[in-house]
Write a protein that binds this ligand. Structure first.
Ligand code: COA
Length: 289
């Protein structure tokens, strides 16, 4: 059956709607249509911390989605750029991206792109600034990974210091996201040295594995200690999204049992990216940075 959007040049007039939590089911159906996992918990988190936009399919359900997550006024992430396969290559992806960019205003916008989205993002002015390699497997730490002093579970009183540490690494205040992680995550850890916070990490469950992210720290040794603690006792496989700039952490993850599954391009619009990526070892997720 021909798409109702066929033959509408540019589809620039198709309405884009701000979605609400009542639309989660249709977002999941759209994800399944594109062979993405139906990650309900992740979508619900995105509805809490970001702005979810969609195009309604006149035949029912959603024809496309995208999510804009703002970190202060200067930085934002775009994610979940999805167009139903029956409406592909008709301009809806471009329409959604232009809407999200317009909403972002003057902010620097970043995203991680699969090979399917990269061409579209390049046409919209995004530049590739890095590569994120996703590693998955059964991570088995060695005794030496637990030897760093000052690692302990995070508690509410750490929030202010954790927010400051994260903001230095990510280059923007991620207050709502990081605060929410304190309850969303299965595990959180901080590293303290001489009364100062030098590391923070969280582990949360995706449908079929545990993600250690974000992992923020002053050194690779701190990142390794955080990850070892975060995934100890976790059931199932572990996933780490590691920027290829972190070669030492990547080698450690592989030595502890992970395998590279796929990679994505880190792309920026209105850049450069703020912050200190050398201290941001893994993102919360590819969708959130
Ligand atoms: C990627 C995706 C969102 C594109 O949506 P779409 O509605 O088909 O894209 P559009 O029709 O708006 O295309 C926009 C432009 O990108 C180009 N384009 C679209 N898909 C492309 C592809 N796979 N390879 C190269 N270029 C592509 C189009 O030619 C078009 O160029 P133009 O504006 O110069 O004509 C859609 O294919 C999709 O949902 N894929 C599965 C999920 C996914 O991978 N999302 C991206 C995650 S990073």
């Amino acid at each position: 059956m021909e798409s109702v959007f066929a033959g509408r040049p540019g589809v620039t007039d198709v309405p884009v709607r701000r979605l609400g939590p009542g639309d989660v089911r249709d977002c999941l159906l759209l994800a399944i249509d594109r062979q993405w996992l139906p990650e309900e918990a992740k979508w619900r988190l995105l509805f809490e911390v970001g702005e979810v936009y969609g195009i309604d399919d006149p035949a029912g359900g959603l024809a496309g989605t995208t999510v804009l997550t703002r970190y202060g006024s200067g930085l934002a992430a775009i994610s979940m750029v999805l167009v139903a396969s029956r409406h592909g290559r008709m301009g809806l992806g471009r329409r959604l991206m232009l809407h999200a960019l317009q909403q972002a205003g003057d902010a620097t916008v970043f995203l991680t792109a699969t090979q399917y989205g990269r061409g579209l993002y390049e046409k919209l002015g995004f530049e590739t600034v890095g590569t994120v390699a996703t590693h998955i497997g059964h991570l088995v730490p060695e005794p030496e990974d637990y030897k760093l002093d000052g690692v302990r579970p995070a508690h509410e009183g750490d929030l202010e210091a954790v927010l400051a540490l994260d903001a230095r690494a990510s280059g923007a205040p991620r207050t709502r996201l990081i605060t929410r992680l304190f309850t969303f995550a299965e595990q959180t850890r901080v590293v303290e040295r001489g009364g100062a916070m030098v590391g923070f990490g969280a582990a949360w469950r995706r449908v079929d594995h545990v993600v250690a992210g974000p992992v923020v720290g002053e050194s690779t040794a701190v990142a390794q200690a955080l990850i070892a603690e975060l995934v100890t006792g976790a059931h199932g496989q572990v996933r780490l999204d590691i920027d290829t700039r972190h070669a030492e952490l990547t080698a450690w993850a592989v030595a502890r049992g992970l395998t590279m599954a796929f990679d994505t391009a880190l792309m920026v619009h209105g850049g450069p990216l703020p912050g200190d990526l050398d201290h941001l070892f893994t993102p919360v997720s590819l969708a959130l940075g």
